[in-house]
Design a protein around this ligand. Structure first.
Ligand SMILES: CC(=O)N[C@H](C=O)[C@@H](O)[C@H](O)[C@H](O)COP(=O)(O)O
Length: 230
């Protein structure tokens, strides 16, 4: 496996994604995101993924609050490519303090007309690593060839390229782990501890869990729905 030394501490690790998903989410705001990130680290998270629609202020606040590796992203724009969609977004996330920048690694057209390889070059020049968020094996191979330092299954089931599995897409993790030389990070719909463990067994270098840990409304609904009907 080809691995940058900064990714070593994430071997077999749990990374917690701390993001809000709606502009009117009651938890929105850098201070709350930073507090949740600290709580996740207290619980054993070896890395934090953050930013999302909160963008740079959230990345900055989380980087200042924790001393584990931070994967930053900035969800922006109204096109299909919304995870750190342009070279400028990617460089800004690195400047906000993220040591790893998550970038859409699909082959779709980017709003600034750049390629994924352009973003990789710019982020590397800024001194950070690149995590390619992909949805298929072909995208993962292309992202690796373009210089991605790691590849994540984040977008599997969220593009036309791959049908959404009800739970996590462990088959994709297993296939990528067999074909990709950079670390593979499992991400997307890991809702139970056993799912996260299965990702590592399937060959993932690390697993990202978001909703099931950091979205209290989702957790609450699961409990409410499990109650007997009155
Ligand atoms: C598809 C997409 O935009 N995923 C986003 C990427 O950052 C987040 O909305 C997810 O919460 C994150 O990937 C973690 O996944 P889950 O919340 O399922 O554990």
């Amino acid at each position: 496996m080809t691995m940058h030394h900064l990714l070593e501490p994430l071997r077999g690790a749990l990374i917690v994604s701390v993001q809000v998903h709606r502009a009117d989410d009651p938890l929105r705001g850098p201070a709350i995101m930073a507090a949740i990130a600290r709580a996740a680290v207290e619980g054993g998270a070896a890395g934090i993924r953050c930013g999302g629609i909160g963008g740079l202020p959230d990345v900055e606040a989380v980087c200042a609050a924790v001393d584990v590796p931070v994967i930053g992203l900035w969800k922006d724009g109204d096109t299909d490519v919304y995870i750190t969609p342009s070279v400028d977004h990617a460089v800004a996330v690195a400047a906000a303090g993220a040591s790893i920048v998550a970038i859409d690694g699909t082959a779709r057209v980017r709003p600034d007309g750049s390629t994924f390889a352009d973003a990789v070059r710019a982020v590397h020049a800024a001194g950070a690593l690149v995590l390619a968020d992909v949805s298929t094996e072909d995208e993962a191979l292309a992202a690796e060839a373009a210089g991605a330092d790691a590849v994540a299954t984040t977008l599997a089931g969220y593009t036309p390229g791959r049908t959404r599995t009800p739970g996590p897409d462990l088959v994709l993790v297993e296939r990528l782990a067999a074909r990709i030389t950079v670390p593979v990070i499992a991400e997307g719909r890991y809702h139970r501890p056993a799912d996260a463990a299965a990702a590592i067994t399937a060959g993932a270098h690390a697993v990202v869990v978001g909703t099931a840990i950091t979205v209290p409304a989702w957790i609450t609904t699961n409990f409410r729905e499990a109650l007997p009907r009155r």
